[in-house]
Design a protein around this ligand. Structure first.
Ligand code: GLU
Length: 447
């Protein structure tokens, strides 16, 4: 059977076996479509049913998370950990706490993570987890009680050589601290490498907090460099205002670009003088307020409620909010407004229809699994420091991150050329990530 037909059969079976999980289907579709040329060259992958095995997580854990709020009311949430693939190392990937979380979201994220982690070239497999718990509006003590209950089940599945969770949407340093404390208490083990994204006071690594956002911008800079260009003087829009967005904005400014707009789920802020990142950090990380508070301090800026940030014209667009946030209509608006480069900071923020619009309009595009891999790469560096009981300086850690992002960029670029699709970073990332996982799986035999 030709590779193209085989892919259709496999995709049909993924949809049948995982009903209602549209985000997972979407992530699988995108990878399968772009690895067809690699399957044509490697008959051994099909013989060993590598793709079928990759699409089936090694283990999926779903559990009850009961907790009590500040008024004594009991709540029940659902917890997930999907251990997708351990061919390259212990399962590795974040935890997402958001009301939209269900098995299909965790599986799409775990599937993406597997290839992303492979692209870093580091010894980490792929996994993801989370809960439909909504931390917004909850007190610190409520979040702590939730995290303790979550870890009371999760602890039996994780470990520094087994599965190493970290943060994602809704899980930052505060949550990782509570999760680590409970793991330590239950197991009676100070196992630093069991979680990454830890605070600097108890085994965290320099630059982990900044790494995803900085890495996205380093990737953008590498893409621009291939045509002798740079971010200097560029007008940039970054969606979101969470951890990835904040540090992407910071790095764009350090490299001479200007971020003129960013957003949260209530709307966006437009500040033509450049987003004041310190103010944004204060609002989002310290006060945990909505983005509209920005204009109280910077009255020349505008807050626009309930509209898409992609209506603000820019040369470079960096989606850092959430999956499927750029629709085909947004893509048309961006291309018409002069956008020539889109670099994904979030996981799968661009719909497949929008990806097609960008391709047809000649807009250069970097998929998240390559461009946002700096976060998990810095997590692997944190694991390395924990294992050797070492801690590196900020400057050294940032240099390592920059090298890793350059390396990921160059391999995506070279793989796309090798397969006759120069400039197609989606193909480059998917084939390079897939080949690495496939080779290790072949070596391990049928497991
Ligand atoms: N959640 C992040 C990601 O999407 C980081 C995962 C990690 O550090 O393990 O890559």
């Amino acid at each position: 059977m030709p590779a193209r037909d085989k892919i259709e059969t496999i995709y049909g079976s993924v949809v049948r076996r995982n009903p209602g999980e549209s985000e997972f289907h979407q992530a699988v579709r995108e990878v399968l479509d772009s690895i067809v040329p690699a399957l044509d060259r490697h008959a051994e992958y099909a013989e060993a049913k590598i793709i079928e095995r990759i699409c089936e997580p090694e283990r999926q854990i779903i559990f009850r998370v009961p907790w009590e709020d500040d008024h004594g009311e009991v709540h029940i949430n659902r917890g997930f950990r999907v251990e997708f693939n351990s061919a390259l190392g212990p399962y590795k990937g974040g935890l997402r706490f958001h009301p939209s979380v269900y098995l299909g979201i965790v599986k799409f994220l775990g599937f993406e993570q597997l290839f992303k982690n492979a692209l870093t070239g580091m010894p980490i497999g792929g996994g993801k987890g989370g809960s439909d718990f909504d931390p917004r509006g909850r007190s610190d003590r409520e979040v702590m009680r939730f995290c303790q209950s979550f870890m009371t089940e999760l602890y039996r599945h994780i470990g520094e050589h087994t599965d190493v969770p970290a943060g994602d949407t809704g899980v930052g340093a505060r949550e990782i601290g509570y999760l680590f404390g409970q793991y330590k208490r239950i197991t009676n083990r100070y196992e630093s490498g069991v979680l990454t994204g830890k605070g600097l006071s108890y085994g965290g690594a320099q630059v982990r907090r900044e790494a995803t956002g900085y890495g996205v911008v380093f990737f953008a800079e590498e893409m621009l460099r291939t045509t002798g260009d740079s971010l200097d003087g560029k007008r940039v829009v970054v969606s979101g205002s969470g951890n990835v967005a904040l540090y992407a904005i910071e790095k764009v400014h350090q490299l001479g670009g200007t971020v003129v707009a960013c957003s949260d789920s209530s709307g966006y802020v437009h500040d033509d003088k450049g987003i004041d990142v310190e103010l944004l950090k204060e609002i989002k990380e310290v006060r945990r307020e909505r983005i509209s508070a920005y204009t109280d301090v910077r009255p020349h800026a505008a807050f626009v409620a309930d509209r898409s940030v992609w209506e603000v014209p820019c040369q470079v667009a960096v989606p850092c909010a959430t999956q499927n946030e750029i629709s085909a209509a947004d893509a048309v608006t961006l291309a018409a407004g002069g956008t020539t480069l889109v670099v994904e900071g979030a996981n799968m923020p661009t719909t497949p229809q929008a990806v097609r619009v960008f391709a047809e309009a000649g807009v250069r595009f970097a998929p998240g699994k390559a461009a946002n891999a700096g976060g998990v790469a810095a997590s692997a560096l944190e694991m390395q420091q924990n294992a050797s009981r070492d801690s590196w300086t900020f400057a050294h850690s940032e240099d390592r991150l920059r090298e890793i992002m350059r390396d990921i960029h160059d391999r995506c670029h070279a793989t796309a050329e090798e397969y006759g699709m120069p400039g197609d970073y989606i193909t480059g990332a998917n084939i390079d990530g897939f080949r690495r996982v496939a080779e290790a799986m072949l070596a391990h035999g049928l497991i």
